[in-house]
Structure formats: structure tokens, C-alpha cells
Write a protein that binds this ligand. Sequence first.
Ligand SMILES: [Zn+2]
Length: 278
Amino acid sequence: MKSSSRTANLPLLVSILLLSSMGIAGCEVKFIPDIDPLLLPTAPSSGFAELDVVETDSQTLELEAAPISPSDPDFDPDDPQMWIDAIESRWPNVDVISCMGQELIQECRNWAAEELGLIYEVLEEYILTDYIDQPLIFIRTAHDNYAGLTAQYAEGDDKTAQIQISDHAWRTSPAVGIQDAFDRFFPMADYFKSVVAHELTHAATWFYPELLDWWIAERGTDDGGVPGNLFIGRFYTWDQFDGIEDPEVYRRAVETEFFAIVVATLMYDPWWGQALDR
Ligand SMILES: [Zn+2]
């Protein structure tokens, strides 16, 4: 199971890495694609779609109910709760918080059905899916100062990532380059999806720091400055990391960010992402 799911992802990952090498190397950031380091020995198998066999009192074996699917005949795509049920039944590690009647965090809002449908799509399409297998919480907020934010929690070895998504996600394009200067005037579903993919990448490197090690080793460059260039990453708010004095901590912080930008760009940028077969 482990090797088959991983093998199935290989062609996609190779094409992504080749694409990223073309795109980024063309802009003077060195990145040599190599698929091997992605095969991390500690990587989990992707068991999202597997059915659990449970033993009942009568000692017979039953299959748990199949996940709720948007293609079910009685699925109502305009019903947010149906999307939440579909997401949580297909990806049991995912918890979608609905703020009705509760204020878990400041500025908590209810999800639009369309937004939940987009999250469903991103979870289906996410290119590092094996690395987001631990508890993931999604919360919709009305915060004004970010499009997406991933809060990271650990209790012993148990890690959780809490992803907050705001209105700005609709207007925040992934590459943060000079070509994106006017994107915020044109809200797009792909921008929303790119913010979700960006935050999922923060969750992935939180759950598996070795994924970030791999990225840093592959990138190889360390000139002490912020990563990226005019076309990808330059207009990210890098100065938020200026207070970090330890150079190693600083580098991991900015590389985590750049990795999230690159993954989201490869998946959903209208220009950079076009070669990807979704
Ligand atoms: Zn980020």
C-alpha cells in the first residue's frame, strides 16, 4: 500500500520538480530537481481513502460507512454542512470548524459552501498529500491582516496544525511577484485554493521538518537574504522575520515561507501552474 501510493505520485512530483527547476532556475535561483530525497524513510503512507474494518459485538466484520461524496445523488453543493461532512469523512484527520453559536477564535466566521468545496478540491489535489496526515483544523476568520495563517501546536509528539483562512484568500495570488501587483482587484477561486495549498505546506513542514531540510538542501543557496526574485516571492512581507537574530532560525523561517509560496504557485498560479496536470 505504502509503495503503490507513493509510486503513483512519482510522475506528478517529477513533473512538478522539473517545472519548478525551469521556472525558478530561469530567474536565477538555483534549484536542481532530484526526486530521491522526497522518499523520506519516515514518510507516512496515505491511508485517507482506506476503509477501516471494525469488529462488532456479534463478531462479524463490517465496513465503516463510505465517505460522503460530492458526486452522491443527494449531495447538495449549496449546503456547507454537507461539504464539512464530505471533507471530514474522506480525510478523518481533518476537522472543519463551523463558528455557528461559538467564537473559538476572534473574528470567527461561517464558511460559504463554495469555499468548503474549494478546500475539498485542494485536499484532493495537494501535491504533498503524504505529509499532511496529522490533525488539521480549518477555521474561517474575518481577520484583516492575513489571507491565511497556520498556527502550530504540539503536545509531546502529537502535532496539530490549525489553518485560518480569511476573506483576503480570494484576492491573494500565490506567486507574490511583480506580475501580481493588480491581482487583488480580481478575486479568483484559484487564489483561494492557492492560499489553502500555501497553508497546507506550512502544516506539512510542521509535521515533517525533514521535508523542509530537503527543500533547503535542494535549494542550496544561502546568501543571507530573502529567497525568491522579482517574479516569485519578492513582494511577500519578508520584513516580518526581521526580528529573528539566529541566522539558522531565520533561514528556516524564510525557506518555509518560500517553499509554501512555490508549492502554491506550482499548483494554482494562473501562469506558473499551467503546465500541471490537475
Ligand atoms: Zn506562509
